[in-house]
Design a protein around this ligand. Structure first.
Ligand code: SAH
Length: 345
């Protein structure tokens, strides 16, 4: 198989060029084409000689994605994209406009094997862990399509980023590299269902990215019922891993908590959550859950959400309720992809 140049760091690209007898500075030129100008073919690299372009295309590929569907919200310009990879695998990405800048939510795997009961991405398991180029291309394609700069990225599409650890770290390094898109680490948020061992690894990487942890429960009993990974990753140890992340990085951890009617949204749940998080450098993001028809899960009422928020805030826990964007094109997390796949079968 040919090496995909878009998945290489600049250092790796330099070694590659030296290996094929080219000058080292060529690597910077090519890297710029791949990560600043978003070239999808060697033909576009017009400042390289025709013979070098031919040599490159004989020996290498460039990871690209094919856009197969796009839905634009008339309310707020939120845009959902479906991209196709090899073997007809489908991934979903979302463009969102916030006051602080344009954000893209990317997928890190096609499907997911974590099995959270409220999530549509995991219903058919994992099909593929994405290469760095396939994660980068989601951002590059959307930036080209929208004609606007993307300043923030969240790893909250389908897949568990820490279950595709090496590729995700490489992706972050390439995205952050000053010779590439140069996106600030603090503009990158990685969301995990809480794989404790990998959270320690991540804390040791010396990165300044924001860590978001999908908590969704105040204790192991509630969490075990909706998140199978919770059994091997219990809350006490999870909290320790979060504290370690904060100590190592000095960064505040975000806890995501999707409110499901009658499952995790009682006043007692809120009080227990508050006492668990007391004293931690953290932030809670309450998410009105997207209904999952396969599971009979229903979103908590607005009153319940407000009450839950009030309890946390009154106990000193910084809390926000996630604003819903693009409700006219709403297809819950991973459900657009799921529907598309079902239709194609
Ligand atoms: N695997 C990672 C990242 C992908 S999921 C993780 O678990 O964090 C991104 C976020 O969407 C997670 O917080 C996840 O729990 C949440 N999510 C999944 N299904 C949802 C739904 N139906 N409604 C609201 N949030 C959902």
């Amino acid at each position: 198989m040919k090496t995909d140049l878009r998945s290489l760091t600049l250092d790796e690209l330099q070694s590659e060029m030296i290996n094929i007898g080219e000058a080292k500075f060529r690597a910077k030129q090519i890297y710029r084409w791949l990560h600043v100008k978003y070239a999808d073919s060697f033909d576009e690299m017009t400042d390289l000689s025709a013979s070098l372009r031919e040599k490159l295309s004989d020996n290498y590929t460039i990871g690209t994605l094919k856009q197969v569907k796009k839905l634009v919200s008339k309310e707020d310009n939120t845009t959902k994209y479906l991209f196709e990879l090899e073997n007809n695998y489908i991934i979903e990405s979302v463009f969102m406009q916030y006051s602080y800048g344009n954000t893209v939510c990317i997928s890190t795997q096609a499907g997911c094997r974590m099995g959270c009961s409220f999530c549509a991405s995991t219903l058919d398991g994992v099909e593929k862990s994405l290469e760095p180029s396939e994660m980068l291309s989601q951002i590059y394609n959307i930036e080209k399509d929208k004609g606007e700069n993307i300043s923030h990225v969240v790893l909250m599409g389908s897949g568990e980023p820490l279950d595709n650890y090496d590729n995700v770290i490489k992706f972050i390094k390439i995205l952050n590299s000053k010779e590439g898109k140069n996106m600030g680490q603090r503009h990158i948020t990685l969301s995990t269902c809480g794989l404790i061992n990998k959270m320690y690894d991540l804390a040791g990487e010396g990165l300044q990215i924001t860590l978001a942890v999908s908590l969704h429960a105040p204790n192991d009993a509630v969490r075990n019922a909706i998140m199978p990974i919770s059994k091997a990753n219990p809350m006490d140890k999870l909290m320790e891993a979060c504290r370690n992340y904060t100590e190592k990085t000095k960064r505040r951890v975000t806890f995501e908590y999707a409110l499901i009617k009658g499952v995790n949204d009682s006043a007692d749940n809120a009080k227990e959550l508050a006492s668990r998080l007391k004293g931690m450098l953290c932030h809670v993001n309450l998410i009105p859950i997207n209904d999952v028809k396969e599971r009979n899960y229903v979103r908590s009422t607005n009153e319940t959400i407000k009450h839950f928020e009030d309890i946390l805030v009154s106990r000193g826990i910084e809390t926000t309720v996630r604003r819903k964007l693009g409700s006219d094109i709403d297809a819950a997390c991973g459900q657009l992809r799921k529907r598309y796949k079902d239709e194609m079968q």
